[in-house]
Design a protein around this ligand. Sequence first.
Ligand SMILES: *Cc1c(COP(=O)(O)O)cnc(C)c1O
Length: 399
Amino acid sequence: MFDPSKAIQDMLVFGEFGDVNPSVTDSSTYTFMSPDKMKEMFDHEIEGCFLYSRHWNPINKFLSNALAGLENSESAQVTASGMAAISCAILQLCNSGDEMLCSRTVYGGTYALFKNFLAKLGIKVNFINVHDLEVVKQAITPRTKVIYTESISNPLLEVANLPALAEIANQHGLKLVVDNTFSPMIISPLRLGAHVVVHSMTKFINGTSDCVAGCICSDSAFIHQLSDVNMGACMLLGPVLDSTRAASILKNIHSLHLRMKQHSKNALYLAENIEKLGFKIFYPGLPSHPQHELMKQLMNKDFGFSGIVAWDVGNEAKANELMTVMQQQKVGYLAVSLGYFKTLFSAPGSSTSSEIPHDERDKMGLSDGLIRLSVGLDNDIETTFERIKVSLQQVGLLQ
Ligand SMILES: *Cc1c(COP(=O)(O)O)cnc(C)c1O
């Protein structure tokens, strides 16, 4: 059984002065001993040599290597945001005139990028139900280049059948690109056949909600392409991650395994107990979840079913009332984003998924009364649940 925490555990760094954390280079540019060497670097990357920080810098290399270990990829590239990782990966793979298949339940920003922005560049995205493999096969045309999905979708927590999608992709010479933001360590998409993994490191991987960052994990050839000085999306669009941020994310990665376990444990506790109160809960750790069995097949051992729970309280007004009271009751913060050490909640219908038109949200089962909880690292989750019950009573959703 693959253990994604192993590569990070085995990562020993000897910094410039024997530092246990690698030194943060405070430089945008790097010297060369000879002009010839500089010229060579423009032709192809030289291991251990740095040119300019937008291209590569030492700490971003360290962080990328850690992420490659995490995702079991040959290589990785860090970016200044999750959206930068997604847009660079897709723009590297698709040209004007190409088409892409995308799961209809994806993060709102991704949806807007694909639907509105890529259309401007002549890349057509067909949003489909990737859980129906016949639909996926039928939707492939000679121009399709990519199948895109989230391993666990935002916000409905649908689990993608990655091995089946990879098989379809391989049969048709397509790339399967997977956003694994919701399930680092839990699901290893590349081991299940995906070709490219993207993350918003803003969420679980960093875990302290103090910066925005992303990454792309794939084979070395693809990562090289991304930083090519003539044709690389990362090099030319320029979403370089700042080195001081890379350094702080690298430190946080060393506790990711512990955090994922605790997020998952707390989320399962809340999902089970809120469901018992009679509410509609979406959580892949519950037997009531349509892909519960699939999730059990796909997941790595020990890290649980992730820290996100979606909860339908009926309508937008009730959701808003409840979230206001939950914040007063110190359940957590009314805020977008996820993967923080505190519990965060928001109503995707009026926030992170509001880019998706209403009729399409209805089709995918995303109700206006949906609350997305990113469950924190609370040591005492029982008290958190009691506070949720008090909040429910205050807004009249519980006797
Ligand atoms: C937040 C998020 C993104 C975007 O990441 P940023 O770091 O905010 O740019 C992409 N995909 C998913 C699933 C997300 O939750």
